[in-house]
Design a protein around this ligand. Sequence first.
Ligand SMILES: C[S@@+](CC[C@H](N)C(=O)[O-])C[C@H]1O[C@@H](n2cnc3c(N)ncnc32)[C@H](O)[C@@H]1O
Length: 283
Amino acid sequence: MNSASFQSLTANLGLLVQSKTDPLSGSVDPAMIRVYAGAHKGATAFFRNRPFLNLLIDALDICCAERPRIFFHACSVGAEPYSLALWYLHRAQHQTTLLPIIDATDVEPAFLNVARTGIYPRSILEGMTEEERSWFEILPDDLVRVPAAARELVRFRDAQSFLEPINDGPYDAVLAMNALTYVSPDEQSIAIRHMADRAFHVLGLSAFHPDSIRDDIKRIGFEPVEARAEEIHEAWVERRVAHPPQPGTPEYSWQLPAFSYAVPDREYRFCSLFARAEAIAPQ
Ligand SMILES: C[S@@+](CC[C@H](N)C(=O)[O-])C[C@H]1O[C@@H](n2cnc3c(N)ncnc32)[C@H](O)[C@@H]1O
């Protein structure tokens, strides 16, 4: 694909790459990619939460005897599944790891068309480490491409809402990150039930309606994975706020107060990875 085709694919999406700095620590994080299509907002980033990527891979290394099968809902323009693929390939250089088979979708077909190209503006490299940057192919016209080895691990399916059942699988992990905020608490319960129906081991969820997440998770027989919860919480850089968000405001399901904030069910509210209860119960 040449630069003109990429420009025409993204022409109506208002594609914008914005640098990101942690407001609390001042450190630079990988840039946000912002896209818009109708009511759909596809803000995403490569390596958006590195501690979460590590925990997910560690959990699947423990649970899976064969190549892990992973399903991403709400993947926007693809940075999230590609990040996991790149992280896996990096790990496989240093230790024995079964490479995953990743399926990904989003409710917005226009985002998936961009995802399938694996091509992005070069400015997405801002905020990445030297090593992360070296993984991308540099193309003419200030574009970069996800390397073929990572693209081969990810299959973008037809557009699908997480409010619908997943019609194949099962998968070892099913994820819907930074997306349940766009539906109501009742719809969140439906989405989580559908996801759990096809998830053998773990669910990845973030930016959900916090007041009902404990009931949603208990109902499906899962539990929070508390390992590294604080590190992962802190890494949702642009969602962290100094003062607790107010119930009833649009930010309530999006913003994250300090990890030390004393709120009931905080092990559920401040968690991003949930596992089947029997998988983490003491033997
Ligand atoms: C803020 S982006 C998050 C992208 C990515 N998961 C991440 O965390 O970087 C939210 C995504 O959710 C998608 N979305 C919104 N409602 C959805 C639904 N009902 N089913 C599936 N995806 C949905 C949007 O199209 C958008 O791509």
